[in-house]
Design a protein around this ligand. Structure first.
Ligand code: NAD
Length: 300
């Protein structure tokens, strides 16, 4: 396929490279020149504008920072809708954005007779490079079928979650669970430490009993028990604290919109807001280190 790829940052550039490895031709566009240069050095074609990128595209993939960028790139003057004329390429937004914007933009696409999917990912830049991302997809079944070869080129676990917005909903609910969970594990270990309990013993107990979780056994936030976890590499992300805060904030916006009670999600967002002031670029499991450096009084 001829694919337009808009947003060639940490995630977009390696995702575009996966599409090229699979034989697709990728016309990339990014507002930052150096991102475009990186894409060209990977074997991609550089477009000077959104309009040029989408000119002959069978599919358009966007990987942008936030909802406002997605709205602008799709609906703005010089954006995707304004540039397509009568052509109807498949549209896939893989950015992590708020559910309301995802639904609005998909509705605007549907009004123009365009197939659009929200398809946020998990797996980070390592998963993007390896082509092993998880895609959580919302939108019509027909669009999902059309997108299958592209998802397979970039990902491994591809789940059609429901109608437009369902992909974003799955992403923020999953990450809210993860954020709450990680804080729980970090608190347990930090308390054990102050009680003088050997971490290896706590791990031996909790990893095989009711305290068990992915955050503990696969991504332990304290150095030692899980050699591959970021805690052993001074919390080099991984999944940055700033991105966890973004996802928790999106979950809170959705909770406010729907009236869903999320007391722990709200508290997790407040805690990550504070962690991000010290450690925004570190892996989100750094919440353990942050807690270990604090006293009870610091947090009241
Ligand atoms: P990034 O900031 O590295 O890349 C975004 C790119 O979009 C930048 O290169 C920026 O110049 C470009 N851009 C911004 N506005 C533009 C516009 N109007 N036109 C064209 N290009 C524009 O971000 P990232 O880490 O690649 O993340 C992208 C999305 O993926 C975010 O929504 C993020 O939450 C999500 N995500 C990131 C990760 C991760 O580990 N990095 C994991 C899962 C999901």
């Amino acid at each position: 396929m001829e694919v337009a790829f808009i947003g060639l940052g940490n995630m977009g550039r390696p995702m575009a490279a996966c599409l090229m490895r699979d034989g697709h031709v990728v016309h990339g566009f990014d507002v930052m020149r150096e991102m475009l240069d990186g894409h060209v050095s990977d074997g991609g074609r550089a477009a000077a504008s959104v309009a040029e990128a989408v000119r002959n595209a069978d599919a358009v993939v966007t990987m942008l920072p936030a909802g406002r960028h997605v709205r602008e790139v799709f609906t703005g003057s010089g954006g995707i809708f304004a540039s397509l004329g009568d052509r109807k390429p498949l549209l896939i937004d893989s950015s992590t954005i708020d559910v309301a914007t995802a639904r609005d933009v998909a509705a605007a696409a549907a009004q123009r007779g365009l197939d659009m999917l929200d398809a946020p990912v998990s797996g980070g830049s390592a998963g993007a490079t390896a082509g092993t991302l998880t895609f959580m997809v919302g939108g019509p079944e027909t669009a999902f079928a059309r997108a299958a070869p592209l998802f397979k080129a970039m990902g491994r676990n591809i789940v059609h979650c429901g109608a437009s917005g369902a992909g974003q909903a799955a992403k923020i609910c999953n990450n809210m669970m993860l954020g709450i969970n990680m804080i729980g594990v970090a608190e347990g270990i930090a308390l054990a430490q102050r009680l003088g309990l050997d971490l290896r013993k706590l791990f031996e107990v909790s990893s095989t009993s009711s305290g068990q979780s992915w955050a503990l056994t696969k991504y332990c936030p304290a150095p030692g028990p899980v050699p591959e976890s970021p805690a052993n590499r001074d919390y080099v992300a991984g999944f940055a604290t700033a991105l966890m805060l973004k996802d928790l904030s999106l979950a809170q916006a959705a909770a406010e919109d729907t009236g869903a009670p999320t007391p722990l999600g709200a508290q997790a967002a407040r805690i990550y807001d504070r962690v991000a002031r010290d450690y925004a670029a570190k892996d989100f499991s750094v919440v353990f280190k942050w807690l270990s450096e604090k006293s009870r009084e610091d947090l009241t």
